[in-house]
Design a protein around this ligand. Structure first.
Ligand SMILES: Cc1cc2nc3c(=O)[nH]c(=O)nc-3n(C[C@H](O)[C@H](O)[C@H](O)COP(=O)(O)OP(=O)(O)OC[C@H]3O[C@@H](n4cnc5c(N)ncnc54)[C@H](O)[C@@H]3O)c2cc1C
Length: 420
């Protein structure tokens, strides 16, 4: 097949085979759209591999909340704290940080919570549909989310965060330390109480989940290639010419789902969006000696531990250092002592460390949108801390946009022009 006739067999080219790009592919295939997916690595090898695996229909609390600014100086000054900034990067970060804090005003967070809710609420049903026929439905397991606090009087249902959840019907309960340990016997008695969010799930191998769904997309006809896109060039008549590692490709319609790398492709087209890079780390304990049935967050130290196929994975940290600065794996090693504090019986001998980057907009919401000035160019990126949960609904909305179908949720909050 010549290059032109090969591209005639493709309606939509998706750049990025993270969990978001893969879910876009599956939803487009369901509508009968012919799909090509290009990824410079393989499917689900970046953040979609290394995350904490929490998949919560009840995830509606934005990162920026009223009063958060009071905690930030303490976090930054604590070398084991959950947030760090490479100081040389601070001037680049400041405009985003101002927008981030503004997004956390009390008059903004309710609308953001609604928009998060619309993306997350259907996630378990949609994953169930996507996993049907893969024989790997057990990659997602029903579980709860425990937020464990040292101070037993700290968890309360009257906080704004919990009200955002309970107002939307989340099954949230306050429990004492003993109940926490009845639910998760491996937990330390340093925790005096906690919050339990029921009726959610966790991916026990997030990377494997992405690959299983990519394999399904391939079986349904998607052309999935390991191929990096270097440049997107408008080719007249609304078509695109893609300069790739393996030559030029022609594309009628393009969906950019390249996670934190998305702006590298869109910036040269003059598109400016306030996407920031929050590097996270995980440490996996390969022979942990203890197990967890649920996702457990140390609510004071802000990291999440979960039993996965390869051991216990502790994940967290938001490091602001830009996209290309090399990782500082000391941030991952901090998780060794913190997880040992959480789980005293943990064997910490055999560990594996990982770093990856969350693509984050200031308002905790992704960009799922036709891009201004380009009829055939769509964005599906910026899912920050919530991409595993938000990916399936994102895919559905992208399929709606591409096929000119009216989405069944209000998508104004995800539009690219909200920043203009
Ligand atoms: C430590 C940590 C813990 C997290 N925990 C959770 C959690 O518990 N629950 C949750 O919902 N979310 C969590 N997240 C967030 C979640 O992992 C991300 O939001 C999600 O993985 C983003 O998916 P993505 O497909 O947009 O991006 P990615 O997974 O980053 O995929 C982007 C893909 O694009 C490809 N690509 C980039 N540029 C190009 C190019 N030019 N050409 C071709 N391919 C390209 C890359 O190779 C990559 O495969 C966590 C993140 C981190 C870092």
């Amino acid at each position: 097949m010549t290059e032109r006739s090969a591209s005639e067999a493709t309606d939509v080219t998706i750049i990025g085979a993270g969990i978001v790009g893969i879910c876009c592919a599956l939803s487009l295939l369901e509508r009968g759209v012919r799909v090509r997916v290009l990824d410079k690595q393989g499917p689900a090898e970046a953040a979609s591999y290394g995350n904490a695996g929490v998949i919560s229909p009840w995830s509606c609390v934005p990162q920026s909340m009223p009063g958060l600014w009071r905690s930030i100086p303490g976090w930054l000054l604590d070398p084991t704290g959950p947030v760090s900034v490479r100081w040389r990067y601070l001037p680049r970060l400041l405009p985003w940080a101002v927008k981030f804090l503004r997004a956390g005003r009390a008059d903004k967070v309710v609308a953001i919570a609604d928009a998060m809710d619309a993306l997350n609420r259907p996630n378990l049903d949609l994953y169930g549909q996507h996993l049907a026929g893969t024989g790997q439905a057990d990659l997602i397991q029903e579980s709860w989310y425990l937020h464990a606090y040292r101070d037993g009087s700290a968890p309360t249902l009257s906080s704004l965060a919990q009200r955002l959840r309970t107002d939307r019907g989340a099954p949230v309960e306050i429990v004492g330390g003993d109940t926490l340990r009845e639910i998760e016997p491996a937990l330390s008695d340093v925790f005096g109480g906690g919050i339990v969010i029921r009726d959610q799930a966790r991916a026990v191998q997030p990377g494997r989940l992405g690959k299983a769904l990519a394999e399904k997309a391939r079986r349904l006809g998607a052309d999935i290639q390991r191929n990096g896109v270097r440049r997107l060039i408008p080719d007249g008549d609304g078509r695109w010419r893609l300069e790739t590692d393996r030559g030029a490709l022609d594309a009628p319609t393009v969906v950019v789902a390249a996670g934190p790398w998305s702006m590298q492709l869109l910036g040269p087209l003059g598109i400016r969006l306030p996407l920031e890079y929050e590097r996270g780390y995980h440490l996996e304990f390969r022979d942990p000696g203890v197990t967890l049935r649920h996702s457990v967050m140390d609510a004071d130290r802000k990291f999440v531990a979960s039993s996965m196929a390869d051991g216990i994975r502790s994940a967290g940290t938001a490091e602001f250092a830009g996209l290309d600065t090399p990782p500082d794996f000391r941030r991952a090693r901090i998780l060794k002592s913190l997880t040992k504090q959480m789980l005293p019986g943990l064997n910490v001998e055999d560990t594996h460390e990982w770093a990856g980057t969350r693509p984050s907009f200031p308002d905790s919401l992704p960009c799922i949108s036709r891009l201004p000035g380009h009829r055939t160019l769509f964005a599906a990126f910026g899912h920050s801390h919530y991409g595993m949960g938000m990916a399936p609904k994102t895919g559905q909305i992208v399929a709606d946009l591409v096929t000119d179908t009216t989405p069944n949720v209000d998508i104004a909050a995800y539009r690219a022009d909200r920043f203009l």
